[in-house]
Design a protein around this ligand. Structure first.
Ligand code: ADP
Length: 445
């Protein structure tokens, strides 16, 4: 029934109730009058008193007032009931509308969504998810999510899923998934858990996948180009190095002091270019996964000492106070010395570069269970707090580092992180601006 009709009905019912009870009252009044007239009732001596003062009249008045209040009460009751019904139906309608809207957004979102149950089963894939996995809803429903990842990534994915079950979300994990036709796609995988019943710990996880295959392909083409260019540049740079050394040796004739001075500059510039080209080549090889890893028993302390020797001149020029703490228990470690050297070189040369004269450097290598830790600490300019999250990003250099030292590529720590992770380890740091920085690499033995 329409709302206005319901209001009219409430009024009519209330008025009818008023008339009905009013009539009952009138009948009662007449009956009572009749009884008194016949002298049948002897409550009070009514016959000789005025009607206005009689108990019967007051009873009649009370009756009318009660009738009015009763009808009003009935009217209010009906109106409230009607409004409650109206509210309930409006809420149900809104609820259904918002559910419908949610389902439409969920289903038609361009981002693939899946609900993941406690035992890693897929529920409610949306249309974009079906397109990404190349399966129909029936085919994808109830499949185990783990079956779509590469075997090499399974441990990592399982760790991520168990983190979500404990209420810790993860964002932007770059992983590969295998589609139904066997093709592999790169995705950014994120997930968080939610509870639909209060008090219940884990109901489901919402997994999202952003397809970044094309971006990865473009990145690969760029990296391949850098690799090729760096490779081609190495040959002429080596030739320049060789001829400058020949000229400097005076085997092909003497040079004036001024010519010697310029030749030294040419040599230094060329050395820097060779360094740069080697860095580019290392980055591209690490990114493409083409850098051959040669694992052999390595004396890591000796390796660190050789890097110290390489940096001896800079260390002496800056009058650093050195502290070296090498664990005596550390024997030979199975690792790739060439790659580990790059880690040591970058960490140590950064500490030297970003610490002013008279500062302190501390290097520690220690064994902890099945791991070894490398700690490089300095009392230098530190890393600004608001830039610390970008420090391992490719080509990133903090503002204070740019101001102090113009030379730098922002590739050193990027390389360090890639190598450490390639070894199955991790790298972290703490830093206080103008107080110093400590880098810590944890690697398996
Ligand atoms: P760069 O060639 O600039 O040294 P890196 O990748 O080695 O590149 O380092 C990236 C940035 O991290 C540096 O530019 C600097 O801002 C910061 N950084 C690295 N090591 C240190 C350090 N020991 N002290 C202060 N800042 C550092």
């Amino acid at each position: 029934m329409e709302e206005s009709k319901k209001s009219v009905a409430a009024i009519i019912v209330s008025v009818l109730a008023f008339i009905f009870f009013g009539s009952l009252l009138a009948i009662a009044w007449n009956v009572a009058q009749g009884l008194f007239a016949e002298g049948g009732l002897e409550i009070v001596a009514l016959k000789n008193t005025n009607l206005e003062e009689s108990l019967l009249f007051y009873l009649f008045l009370v009756g009318i007032v009660a009738d009015v209040f009763f009808s009003l009460f009935l009217f209010l009751l009906l109106t409230t009931y009607r409004q409650a019904g109206f509210l309930a139906s409006r809420m149900t309608r809104d609820l259904l509308a918002s559910r419908e809207m949610f389902l439409q957004l969920y289903n038609n979102s361009p981002v693939p969504y899946l609900l993941i149950s406690k035992d890693s089963k897929i529920n409610l894939p949306n249309k974009a998810a079906l397109r990404l996995f190349g399966l129909s809803a029936q085919e994808l429903e109830d499949q185990n999510l783990l079956d779509f990842f590469l075997a090499d990534d399974l441990d990592h994915v399982q760790t991520l899923l168990s983190r979500v079950k404990n209420g810790v979300p993860f964002h932007e994990e770059e992983l590969q998934i295998v589609r139904s036709d066997g093709t592999v796609r790169w995705v950014i995988f994120s997930m968080f858990s939610f509870k639909s019943v209060p008090g219940k710990k884990y109901k489901s996880g919402l997994a999202t996948f952003v397809d970044i295959t094309e971006r990865k392909e473009i990145e690969k083409v760029k990296t391949e180009f850098v690799s090729l260019a760096a490779h081609q540049l190495r040959t002429p740079l080596s030739a320049i190095k060789w001829y400058t050394e020949l000229l400097a040796s005076k085997d092909v004739g003497g040079l004036t002091p001024e010519q010697e001075k310029y030749l030294e500059k040419v040599y230094a510039g060329n050395e820097r270019m060779i360094d740069l080209v080697n860095t580019f080549l290392n980055v591209s090889r690490l990114e493409l996964g083409t850098l051959a890893v040669d694992i052999k028993p390595t004396d890591v302390v000796e390796l660190m000492e050789s890097v110290f020797e390489e940096l001896e001149v800079q260390i002496q020029e800056k009058y650093f106070k050195l502290h070296k703490e090498y664990d005596e228990n550390i024997a030979l470690v199975n690792t790739d010395p060439k790659l580990l050297r790059m880690v040591f070189q970058n960490l140590l040369s950064n500490a030297v570069k970003y610490t002013p004269k008279g500062g302190e450097l501390r290097v520690e290598i220690k064994k902890r269970g099945s791991e070894f830790h490398i700690i490089v600490e300095d009392s230098g300019l530190g890393i600004p707090k608001n830039q610390q999250d970008k420090i391992f990003t490719k080509l990133f250099r903090a503002d204070n580092a740019r101001a102090l030292e113009t030379k730098g590529t922002g590739l050193g720590l990027y390389i360090v992180k890639m190598i450490v992770e390639k070894f199955g380890g991790s790298i972290s740091f703490t830093s206080e601006p103008n107080k110093g920085t400590t880098f810590k690499a944890v690697l398996p033995l």
